[in-house]
Design a protein around this ligand. Structure first.
Ligand code: ZN
Length: 342
């Protein structure tokens, strides 16, 4: 039987083909995996989408919410034989918004993709993103929160950071290191997700650098933040202390500077405010931070927490969080982030 070596080289790669040919003499093209479809759309931010990360066999998958359920974007791409990024990190960092929009539109119009739609109930969420280049946080950035903490309004944004190991997921657990520190506190925060590289951008241009928004919690040990020599980082950046999710809502659908924001502990409302109380709004933050650090697609900015934290209460009324507590954070239009303390 003739063996079309040229076609096989094209589909399987030269190294694999040579090895296979050496082993069996004539490779069987039918057994070679089809080549992955190449990107045909341009680069840019996604619009009009609510995106999420779910876990399957422990691996993160990019999902898009639709009227028919959550679309497994990579699976839809496979069924439709079109390019699709595998994860939300990939979408953001490679600016594959147009490709994802095209997959979602095609999947909704084509029965071939029907198996890629999943019921949202029962999905296990993953960390919304896993490998941002930077996670930058802003302290004391709501007027009424600065008042409750007894400090003047900051003249400049107060910046600190978390690490990728701090990232946590909707439906996840935050482990409290009771032996190291205490005074555990919640901080519901609007999270800005950067969509393209931003270096010294103006406030007027800042919105065009934002891919979307998410609900987050700048989980904190006040003890480790306040009683360790004048830094906040170890009280803020511990493993798992940055839950984000469940969704990334693309920026075209949301005014980040005017959203209701709320946090509940075991069902009791503790924080209830609006992002319009921000000292430095989303435009000012993106612009200011981009002066010092080049923001990359996929970077996160935790914008600060409103009033109502435990640390803002008079000392005799502070009852710190403990294992067994359930935290629910919600921001208008962005969805509810839930996690448990263990
Ligand atoms: Zn905070």
């Amino acid at each position: 039987m003739a063996c079309d070596r040229r076609d096989f080289l094209k589909s399987a790669g030269v190294v694999g083909a040579l090895a296979a040919t050496a082993a069996v003499g004539c490779a069987q093209p039918a057994s070679a995996p089809p080549p992955a479809p190449e990107r045909t759309r341009g680069r840019g931010m996604a619009r009009g989408l609510t995106l999420l990360t779910f876990l399957r066999d422990g691996q993160p998958h990019l999902g898009a919410r639709t009227d028919r359920g959550v679309l497994d974007v990579a699976e839809a791409g496979r069924l439709l034989n079109v390019f699709a990024p595998a994860t939300l990190d990939d979408l953001l960092q490679h600016k594959d918004g147009p490709s994802v929009e095209a997959v979602v539109t095609a999947a909704l119009a084509n029965e071939t993709a029907a198996p890629a739609f999943l019921a949202e109930e029962g999905l296990e969420y993953g960390p919304l993103v896993s490998r941002p280049d930077k996670i930058i946080c802003v302290g004391l950035n709501y007027k009424r929160h600065a008042e409750e903490m007894g400090v003047p309004l900051p003249q400049w944004p107060i910046l600190f950071n978390k690490f990728n190991a701090s990232l946590n997921r909707h439906g996840g657990e935050v482990r409290l290191p009771m032996d190291l520190g205490g005074e555990f506190d919640y901080e519901v925060e609007l999270v800005i997700v950067i969509g393209r590289e931003a270096h010294r951008v103006s406030e007027a241009d800042a919105p065009s650098y934002v891919a979307g928004y998410a609900t987050g919690n700048d989980f904190t040990s006040r003890d480790l933040a306040n009683n360790r020599g004048g830094q906040w980082m170890i009280g803020k950046a511990l493993d798992g202390f940055a839950p984000v999710g469940p969704h990334l809502v693309t920026a075209d659908q949301v005014d980040g500077d005017d959203l209701a924001i709320e946090c509940r502990v075991n069902g009791e409302t503790r924080q209830s405010s609006r992002t319009s109380d921000l000292v430095f709004g989303t435009r000012a933050l993106v612009s200011y931070i981009s002066n010092y650090f080049t923001l990359k697609p996929g970077d996160l900015i935790f914008t600060g927490t409103p009033e109502g934290v435990i640390g803002g209460l008079p000392p005799d009324r502070r009852v710190w969080l403990k294992p067994g507590d359930r935290i629910e954070c919600s921001i208008e239009r962005l969805g509810e982030l839930r996690f448990d303390l263990v």
